[in-house]
Design a protein around this ligand. Structure first.
Ligand code: HEC
Length: 119
């Protein structure tokens, strides 16, 4: 009799656990917000990069980063993520440092992973 009771408790708790986590998963998917250029990335670039990567670029910067296409192209073809993630101050962007806060670097990485959405 005792064994059956234990088994019942085990079954109930297993069932309710898996049910709960499925519930959490659904909620997470529903509230997920994608990272976009307009709301997340443009402000980072405007605050940290366009003092040189303006249009036209100044201070020796080789290209502008003022539009969605500019920034997307720099991620795809000019190693933008490697530059902002670097710990080598000779390679790092912003040029001459300091390195961006890690949460902003992570946002740019997430933007790339989610497909470089514009808005
Ligand atoms: C103080 C001026 C300055 C700032 C601010 C700056 N850059 Fe640069 N950037 C440069 C210069 C100069 C170069 C060219 C020399 C080099 O490649 O290191 C460059 C090169 C780059 C390159 C490589 C381009 C290529 O084709 O090789 C990328 C990508 C880049 N910058 C991204 C950024 C990003 C993103 C930011 C902001 C987080 C930023 N830069 C901020 C001056 C700057």
């Amino acid at each position: 009799m005792k064994k059956i009771a234990v088994l019942c408790i085990l079954l109930i708790s297993t069932f309710s656990c898996s049910y709960n986590s499925e519930d959490d998963l659904t909620e997470e998917v529903l509230i997920e917000n994608f990272v976009t250029y307009e709301s997340d990335i443009k402000p980072i670039i405007d605050n940290n990069c366009i003092s040189c990567h303006s249009n036209p670029p100044i201070n020796g910067a080789p290209m502008a980063l003022t539009t969605y296409d500019d920034v997307k192209n720099a991620v795809e073809n000019r190693g933008l993520i490697e530059r902002i993630s670097s710990t080598d101050t000779g390679f790092l962007m912003p040029f001459g440092g300091p390195r961006l806060p890690q949460n902003l670097i992570d946002l740019v990485i997430q933007w790339e992973e989610e497909g470089l959405l514009e808005n």
